[in-house]
Design a protein around this ligand. Structure first.
Ligand code: SF4
Length: 307
């Protein structure tokens, strides 16, 4: 049966505030899955807690709405148990860069073949707009009684330090380009992260749609090539790292979006296959059961005895 975009939409109507950037992210994600022709039953969305976490309810894929900051461990378990699935984990900036920051670093070290989306609006939207870890020092959106007293975390730089092999930034109101980035992130062989600028019109009156509109630009459309192939020399890699750092920290009159870094490295699944016979072709979810499992077990025993 031919897939339609409508096949990725659930029957539930989103209850985000009017004008929330989350609507654009949901649309972009559905478009990307549709364009890639991924059957809804072969995709799993995993979220933590927060406004962003509701996304899993609004897509007609499989979805798991987990605990605060704990989307990544569950997503990794799903992917490793059944590597044939397309797994997209997601979190808000509070969920992902606060309570879930340890998991963010841990998953970066593994290079599991999945995608992680950060819905970055610089506030804890679901609990009335407290400062999140991505809010600038001294910033005072209308939800705060006084200016923010802590410095911000940069998700792009943290992803780089942790070892993510695909690092990008998207903008929630540029749905077409965001869908393209999500598509590329899913297609990337390894761990991908997209930091998505997602205005929260209810609590963050500083970084609004009007504020972002004249600033965001697409680095890839301007000719920037993020690819870091295995054969790249150390000097070339160092030059690319320098350019990545400039892009990841550019914030003000111009704010870059696009793919900033895409490196080639063996995935965690490939490395596991080095010492788990048959993995990932025979992962826990696809391993034979019953009579077929018995037959294979006796074959292996025979092989051990004979060998
Ligand atoms: Fe969106 Fe902010 Fe409303 Fe949450 S509080 S739904 S992030 S606009």
């Amino acid at each position: 049966m031919e897939l339609k975009l409508a096949d990725y939409k659930s029957d539930l109507a989103p209850d985000w505030c009017p004008g929330c950037g989350d609507y654009g992210i949901l649309s972009a994600l559905q478009m990307a899955l549709f364009k890639l022709g991924i059957e809804p039953s072969r995709a799993v969305l995993v979220s933590g807690i927060g406004c962003s976490a509701k996304t899993v309810h609004y897509a007609a894929t499989y979805g798991i709405h987990t605990l605060h900051g704990r989307g990544l461990p569950v997503a990794q378990g799903v992917k490793l148990a059944n590597p044939e699935l397309t797994v997209v984990a997601m979190a808000g900036d509070g969920d992902g860069m606060g309570i879930g920051a340890g998991h963010f670093v841990g998953v970066g070290r593994r290079n599991i073949d999945m995608l992680y989306l950060i819905f970055n609006n610089e506030v804890y939207g679901m609990t009335k707009g407290q400062a999140s870890p991505t809010l600038e020092l001294g910033a005072q959106p209308k939800s705060l009684a006084r200016p923010n007293v802590q410095a911000k975390v940069n998700p792009l730089m943290l992803a780089f330090a942790a070892g993510f092999t695909f690092i990008a930034r998207g903008y929630a109101y540029d749905v077409k380009n965001l869908a393209r980035l999500i598509q590329q992130g899913i297609e990337h062989k390894g761990l991908a992260m997209i930091d998505i600028l997602q205005p929260c019109p209810t609590y963050n009156n500083l970084h609004t749609r009007e504020w972002f509109a004249p600033r965001v630009y697409d680095v890839n459309a301007e000719g920037y090539d993020p690819k870091v192939p295995r054969e790249m020399s150390d000097a070339e890699r160092a030059e690319r790292m320098g350019r990545f750092t400039v892009l990841a920290t550019e914030w003000g009159e111009r704010i870059p979006t696009g793919v900033f870094w895409q490196a080639e490295l063996p995935t965690f699944e490939e490395r596991l296959g080095g010492f788990l016979p048959g993995y990932p072709d025979q992962a826990p979810a696809t391993r034979p059961t019953g009579a077929e499992a018995e037959r294979l077990r006796s074959l292996m025993q025979g092989h051990r005895v004979g060998g």
